[in-house]
Design a protein around this ligand. Structure first.
Ligand code: LER
Ligand code: MN
Length: 277
């Protein structure tokens, strides 16, 4: 299990991302604040100098656990469920470019907002048909680039399809993907799950990635999310992926980063005992 923080070259003040700025500036801060992993939120991977990124990761001994992709939906509406085949093609191509960035690190590509909404397709049925077709394409690409994809289970205000973990499990079990699993997020779970630990235990090895934030999207420890239940569930299924902090950067980036790590380590120690890792 690795705790990852989040970083982005550019992000608005309400985006749930901890560090903002050039990688060469923010990676040393992440490392100094105690992190070994980073989830980068990238709007278009073609804007990244991949050689420089790899070098900065290595220099700061950071693992690129995952790539967040939602900005491309917010900015350009690229999504894999859309009625317009050109938009679906752009979404798949955008995700393929992220896979090239992720490939040397075998990182996970997040499929959250880029799933699209029912209103982006002509009908519910068309939406589901489109995302199935796009997911099979993405699954093949993920195999080619040796990465994985996390289909994010998002709450019913932000998603129309698969907003409970058990629905995600059913979807995965009735398809034949090799590189796609579920990505869960404690903020979304707080809205649509009735039992945090059991939702995780029932999903078992379908859980590929975890976003961590308190119920109010602040750093863990700020609100009332029961992280003991979440981490106990992850322990019970033998989860060994990342816990990526998708939190607001309030009151200030490094304070939030330090408080997050301190609180998570405290709960991890309670759940796993002193010699966890
Ligand atoms: C994306 O990972 C997500 O969880 C969104 O709800 C945040 O904007
Ligand atoms: Mn999330």
């Amino acid at each position: 299990m690795i705790i990852a923080t989040t970083g982005s070259l550019q992000a608005g003040p309400n985006a749930p991302i901890v560090y903002r700025g050039n990688y060469s500036d923010i990676f040393p801060l992440m490392r100094e604040d105690g992190y070994h992993g980073v989830e980068l939120h990238i709007r278009d991977s073609r804007e990244i100098d991949r050689g420089k990124l790899d070098e900065a990761l290595k220099r700061n001994q950071l693992t690129l656990t995952s790539i967040g992709t939602g900005a491309a939906y917010g900015l350009w509406h690229w999504n894999i469920g859309d009625h317009d085949p050109e938009i679906r093609k752009r979404a798949v191509e955008c995700l393929r470019n992220h896979m090239i960035t992720a490939s040397p690190h075998h990182s996970l590509i997040i499929l959250g907002s880029m799933q699209g909404r029912f209103c982006d397709a002509g009908s519910h049925e068309e939406f589901i048909y489109n995302i199935e077709e796009s997911l099979y394409q993405l699954d093949q690409l993920a195999e080619q680039y040796d990465v994985t994809i996390g289909y994010e289970i998002m709450n019913h205000y932000e998603s129309d399809f698969l907003f409970r973990i058990q629905d995600g499990v059913h979807f995965m079990e009735t398809h034949d993907f090799h590189r796609i699993g579920l990505h869960i997020d404690t903020v979304h779970m707080n809205i649509d799950e009735c039992d945090l630990g059991n939702a995780i235990r029932k999903a078992g090895s379908w859980i590929y990635h975890v976003h961590i934030a308190d119920n109010d999207r602040f750093y863990p420890g700020h609100g009332h999310m029961n992280f003991r239940e979440v981490l106990q569930g992850l322990k019970d299924i033998g989860y060994d992926g990342a816990l990526a902090l998708e939190t607001f950067y309030r009151p200030e980036s490094r304070v939030c980063a330090q408080k997050s790590l301190q609180y998570l380590n405290f709960v991890l120690e309670e759940v796993y005992g002193k010699n966890q890792e």
